[in-house]
Design a protein around this ligand. Structure first.
Ligand SMILES: [Zn+2]
Length: 343
């Protein structure tokens, strides 16, 4: 994933009244509480950060999940087995898609559905592939090594798995889908950009989010839709702060407001900053533009350092040691509350 033209920050004023009116729910249980800016909270289970952490470690134990590798295949099989264990109906979407160098890469998108027969659905997504090159590492000798992707890959899948585990025994009023996208993170390496002036290789975002683009086109063509979608990318890094990402605000303002407001109410306001940040090319963009599903991205914004996505982004240091369970908890608990308020 890649950041686009970071724009001047604009403080958003949150109006709880507007977001209640704008965001539908199955049962209408999301409503004004005592104060005009208070959301009534349905009883929700506790998101277990240690459990999510164990799912990150399990993915990393396969090695970097670079598309086409043995680790990629084994981890994909494991993700499927976990979702099935949690009672979801799993489907795979396989194809081959062309990377920045013109070579075909295998693509394996994994969908897990709970209450698959219901038409009213909500969608959670994350990419599960590991970037093949740690091209943002401080050490040039590491630029061709793969990324372990504990945060940039495994964390989003882990949060979805933990939510699925907790939903397993719940009678849901909505269908819930979890989609693990492949080929999000194989965009043109920085060293290829540096080494060529060929416009074919100049990166306009063309080679990022390949799996989600393919999935979104197919979803639209086959009539799949969801009330909304939430993409999770790098949701476990130490020091993560989630600002309101530009495309998310553009396409799905009421959902952004609802999620950030819920997080604040649950006591996670230090992680979810009610502040608009720049635009990020990520898997929520095809969901909005191709699948026509209002979709937001929960993605960190770091103000300092070598990357806006945090110190381990596309480095060999994106390992489980750099994950903070408190960040996983803030994200997972907020999303669970959103689901339970709607069911
Ligand atoms: Zn990445």
């Amino acid at each position: 994933m890649r950041s686009r033209f970071y724009v001047a920050h604009t403080l958003l004023i949150i109006s709880a009244v507007v977001l209640m009116m704008s965001l539908g729910s199955c049962t209408g249980r999301t409503k004004k509480g005592k104060g005009s800016d208070t959301i009534a909270l349905a009883p929700a289970p506790k998101f277990v950060a240690d459990s999510a952490m164990s799912y990150i470690i399990a993915q990393c134990n396969f090695g970097p999940r670079v598309p086409g590798s043995a680790a990629h295949k084994a981890c994909g099989d494991w993700i499927i087995s976990k979702f099935q264990e949690f009672g979801a109906e799993v489907r795979e979407q396989r194809t081959e898609l062309r990377g920045y160098d013109g070579e075909l890469m295998p693509c394996r998108n994994i969908s897990a559905s709970m209450n698959a027969d219901l038409t009213d659905r909500i969608l959670f997504t994350a990419h599960w592939d590991s970037r093949a090159w740690a091209d943002n590492d401080r050490v040039a000798a590491n630029h061709h090594k793969p990324v372990m992707a504990a945060n940039d890959g495994a964390s989003g899948v882990a949060v979805m798995l933990e939510i699925a585990r907790l939903l397993m025994t719940k009678g849901l009023a909505c269908g819930v889908d979890f989609v693990c996208f492949d080929l999000e993170d194989q965009g043109t390496p920085q060293w290829a950009e540096d080494e060529t002036i060929d416009v074919e290789l100049s990166d306009e975002g063309d080679y990022w989010c390949l799996g989600s683009r393919y999935w979104a086109e197919t979803a639209y063509a086959t009539g799949y839709t969801a009330r909304y979608a939430i993409n999770l990318d790098m949701v476990g890094g130490r020091g993560a702060r989630f600002e309101m990402e530009g495309f998310s605000v553009h396409y799905a303002t009421p959902l952004v407001n609802m999620v950030w407001h819920l997080a604040d109410q649950l006591g996670y306001g230090e992680f979810f900053i009610q502040h608009k940040s720049g635009y990020v090319t990520d898997d929520h963009v095809p969901l909005n533009q191709l699948a026509r599903i209002p979709a937001i991205d929960i993605v960190p914004h770091h103000s300092n350092g070598r990357s806006n996505f945090g110190p381990t982004w596309h480095t060999i240091n994106d390992t489980p040691e750099a994950i903070d369970p408190a960040v996983l908890k803030a994200v997972g608990q907020t999303l669970l509350q959103l689901i339970y308020n709607d069911n």
